[in-house]
Design a protein around this ligand. Sequence first.
Ligand code: ZN
Length: 241
Amino acid sequence: MKILVISDIHANLAALNRVLDDSGSVDAVWCLGDLVGYGAEPNECVEQLSLLPNLVCLMGNHDAAVVGQLPLESFNNEAQASIRWTQQNIQPHLLEFLKNQPTLRIMGNITLAHASPRLPIWEYILDTETARINMEGMQTPYAFVGHTHQPVTYSKNGRKWVDWEIPLIGMPTPFPKYGIFNPGSVGQPRDRDPRAAYAIYDDTNQTWEARRVAYDISTTQKAILTAGLPTRHATRLNEGW
Ligand code: ZN
């Protein structure tokens, strides 16, 4: 099966649509959470995602805040403004959809978590030590996570230490013995590449392919500014930061 792995859409419809189009035909979509927050198109994005066949979806920290399961104070002022705006503007059935998503799922030999297998809503896996600790506690040899908005692969191959690499774009790479994979962010990339990030997981060949695709950033920026959301959520899209 060819599985589209996405994360951190953050209510950016142009980016989401471009990714769904660019990924071509897939057998399933695994979404690692943060469908909303920052952006101004939560209804369009959640609706679009909820209609995808064979969707597996998680709740991210922004989603959890919007549905009232995380205190707003745990976010910076600008993120809080977007969360409040989303709470006021999201349609009830789409809020319900967000509410019904779990924070962690196990799919065969893969743990899916928004942030980390250990702390699915909160922990940023930004270094090999955090990756190693998570690998040791995992029930599966592999995990797919989002949350940092930076594509990365952590791998462990029989030695004590964990390696990391930024995966090459468009190169299906065989799985290591143990691994944690992050596809990056569809709607708010933060690795200084403004293109939408996603990955293709081939569960037959056990390969991970990182991908990037450019989208019309100005449409998303216009929507954010028209909604009166913090301008930084729009301007930073140009930098991918
Ligand atoms: Zn996020």
